[in-house]
Design a protein around this ligand. Structure first.
Ligand code: MG
Ligand code: ZN
Length: 269
């Protein structure tokens, strides 16, 4: 199967291979080609890195020294976040006020309605924290679904007095990258036998995830990384462009007679 022109990348690959076989005669198999979407949080759904904002405003300044160790590759993101969040001193009220001021991609709420309308599998993968992600996404109309470990895979955070207590439920066995949440590992586990695997991201820590994806949407550092390494990807600025491209992809996977129609609630799942 070749994807619509808009979905083909500019890198070395001119078309993207689809995992699994597509039988033209079977509608069931056709609909199983619906994409599974994996999405970074910080800087991708939000306009800024929320963790960096928390550290800049609420942590002891020595968090920057820890950041240096991570930047130069001396420590992984798990150790980095564990040590940095221990330097934060804030009440739940102060933390919530900061989180509630974080700007979200203006088209994410509409993108989320599209995901729900098409019933596409959607997962947030993040080194950041469930507490923050849930609170931010609630503002974009995402409610209830994103339980940590089902549709969201992130580090865990709770507030105890003026301390932030962290846990890392998704790195029981340490990975080779030292991730707090190992994105490629989760993608491998959840995408088996499904339709094309889509990854959306912005940062350097997303570079391990693109290896597991058939279709990559990238901005900022991830875009630069993909270009430097000849990895096919689609540049995006907002979720409006991703929604347009994914509508084409979902449409291409449907039998011809159904194209252009909105998916029905149950019959097409
Ligand atoms: Mg990011
Ligand atoms: Zn990893």
């Amino acid at each position: 199967m070749r994807y619509p022109a808009r979905l083909r990348g500019r890198g070395e690959r001119t078309s993207i291979s689809v995992k699994g076989t597509l039988s033209k005669s079977s509608e069931k198999k056709q609909t199983s080609q619906r994409p599974a979407i994996f999405c970074d949080f910080d800087g991708t759904i939000t306009r800024v890195d929320v963790t960096d904002e928390i550290l800049a405003q609420l942590a002891h300044p020595s968090w920057r020294e820890v950041e240096q160790e991570w930047t130069c590759g001396a420590i992984g993101s798990r150790e980095c976040l564990e040590r940095q969040m221990a330097l934060v001193e804030a009440s739940a009220k102060e933390l919530n006020a900061l989180i509630d001021a974080v700007a979200i991609d203006p088209h994410f709420a509409s993108f989320w309605r599209f995901i729900e309308e098409c019933k596409l599998p959607f997962y947030v993968l993040s080194d950041s924290f469930d507490y923050i992600i849930r609170r931010v996404l609630k503002r974009a109309g995402v409610n209830g679904v994103l339980r940590n470990g089902t549709h969201m895979f992130a580090s865990a955070l709770r507030v105890e007095g003026r301390r932030l207590v962290t846990a890392f439920p998704h790195c029981a066995a340490p990975c080779e990258h030292g991730c707090a949440t190992c994105k490629p590992r989760i993608m491998r586990r959840l995408s088996g036998g499904r339709g094309p695997v889509v990854f959306i991201g912005d940062g350097l820590s997303d570079r391990f995830a693109v290896d597991e994806a058939d279709v990559v949407f990238a901005k900022r550092q991830l875009l630069a990384y993909c270009r430097e390494n000849g990895i096919a990807c689609h540049q995006f600025a907002t979720f409006a462009e991703i929604e347009t491209a994914l509508r084409d992809l979902v449409d291409a996977g449907r039998p011809r007679r159904q194209r252009g129609r909105s998916p029905k609630a149950k019959s097409e799942r």
